[in-house]
Design a protein around this ligand. Structure first.
Ligand code: RFL
Ligand code: PHB
Length: 390
């Protein structure tokens, strides 16, 4: 088999890249190691920047999002139960965010791939990349027990943090930067109305909590918890009790409890690999970088990466210009590092660290107090939250 761009990984980065290339007339094949059911069941991010929404519009995969997504004009920052609103629309001169789950984005992109017959192979096992530093790269894998070879001009590594793409770059070329946080997020999904019409990020003495949602009838909540915590120690009622304490009385009054549809603990990590390209391989999304979820930047960075990459690839096929491809890594990394900074900062502002002593806690309180009282500080928070320009 032959294609122009071999895309490794059928998460949001790989699937969106395929549609961006498709509308520009560039052919690609997506190789995904998991089954369609598995990929469509993963519960992850929930907040889309308008840049991401715009890309989904650009590829015509925005119908259901336009009907079911919720536009949010702001979010709240809570300190020990006291809630302060950040008015995103006002502070940014009109920008908002869209609440629409990553699970739904993924389903919509898979449906579009099938309808448009853009090749998408699920359960592609043992994917290996070859000849990345030559003009004739190729990918091998096994499908239904049969060995396959896919020849291509370029490989897009969109296979997430645990994929094979990043590790195909020689160790002496790749430099990685990493920070692992000493806690995780325990998430719960339930078919109950959200406690508020907007998200609440809460810094509480007992640790961080977040009230989020997927729709007006489906809520997503998180609490900071030890990353090795036994989920069995957290029956639903204990989670609801803890949320009520950490989010404070006003949010608790609006909270409807219900049985969890999903419960899991996610680790928190900041990670960047540089450069994001080597030879004919280009990394995008979690394959190249991870942010802690505070600020909801992970999925949105995957989208901005593939926007830059699609532009570079379509430029190459339209007029043979290689400068877009050469400049891809630096261009993507410039935006990545700013989102890394914001996610790291927002995590530090709102979480309880093992070494959070009375002084550091007063510093957190003073900073939130400063944000609440300063228009300039709120503008800074808001412009980062809605997403920096591409
Ligand atoms: P993904 O979504 O991880 O997709 C990568 C895809 O590659 C496949 N794959 C392979 N395919 C072929 N061969 C191989 N060897 C392969 N190895 C892996 C995988 O099966 C998968 O389908 O990366 P992508 O597309 O870059 O998208 C990035 C986003 O998914 C990610 O940034 C966010 O979901 C991060 N994230 C969250 N972000 C938020 O903003 N808010 C959240 O609440 C939030 N929760 C999460 C998260 C990430 C999680 N991970 C990665 C474990 C919760 C979790 C559990
Ligand atoms: C979510 O709804 O899953 C969510 C929302 C905002 C975040 C992280 C996760 O910052």
């Amino acid at each position: 088999m032959r294609t122009q761009v071999a895309i490794i990984g059928g998460g949001p980065a790989g699937l969106l890249l395929q549609q961006l290339l498709h509308v520009a007339g560039v052919t690609s094949v997506v190789l995904e190691q998991r089954s369609r059911d598995y990929v469509e069941a993963r519960i992850r991010a929930g907040v889309l920047e308008m840049g991401t929404v715009g890309l989904l519009e650009q590829v015509g995969v925005d119908g259901r999002m336009a009907r079911e997504g919720l536009i949010h004009d702001g979010f709240a920052l809570a300190l020990d139960g006291e809630i302060h609103r950040i008015d995103l629309r006002d502070l940014t001169g009109g920008s908002t965010v869209m609440v629409y789950g990553q699970t739904e984005v993924t389903k919509d992109l898979i449906e579009a791939a099938i309808a448009r017959a853009t090749p998408l192979v699920f359960e592609a096992e043992g994917v290996a990349l070859h000849g990345l530093d030559t003009d004739a790269p190729f990918v091998t894998y096994t499908k239904d027990g049969v060995n396959q070879r896919l020849d291509c001009d370029f490989v897009a590594g969109c296979d997430g943090y645990h994929g094979v793409s990043r590790t195909s770059i020689p160790a002496d070329v790749l430099k990685t930067y990493e920070k692992v946080y000493p806690f995780g997020w325990l998430g719960i999904l339930a078919d109950v109305p959200p406690c508020d019409h907007e998200l609440i990020y809460s810094n509480h003495e007992r640790g961080f909590a977040l009230a989020s949602m997927r729709s007006n009838l489906r809520s997503r909540y998180y609490i900071q918890a030890p990353v090795d915590e036994d989920l069995a120690a957290w029956p639903d009622e204990r989670i609801w009790d803890e949320l009520a304490l950490r989010l404070g009385p006003a949010a608790a009054a609006g909270m409807t409890r219900g049985p969890s549809l999903e419960k899991s603990i996610a680790p928190l990590r900041s990670f960047v690999a540089e450069p994001m390209s080597w030879g004919r391989l280009f990394l995008a999304g979690d394959a190249a970088h991870i942010v802690p979820p505070t600020g909801a930047k992970g999925l949105n960075l995957a989208a901005s990466d593939v926007h830059y990459l699609a532009e570079a690839l379509t430029g190459f096929y339209a007029n043979g210009a290689a400068d877009g491809l050469t400049g891809y890594s630096a261009k993507a990394l410039a935006r990545v590092w700013k989102a890394e900074r914001f996610s790291w900062w927002f995590t530090g502002l709102t979480h309880r660290f093992p070494d959070t002593d009375d002084f550091s806690r007063r510093m957190q309180r003073a900073e939130i107090d400063y944000i609440v009282g300063s228009h300039a500080a709120q503008v800074t928070v808001a412009e980062n939250y809605v997403g920096l320009p591409y």
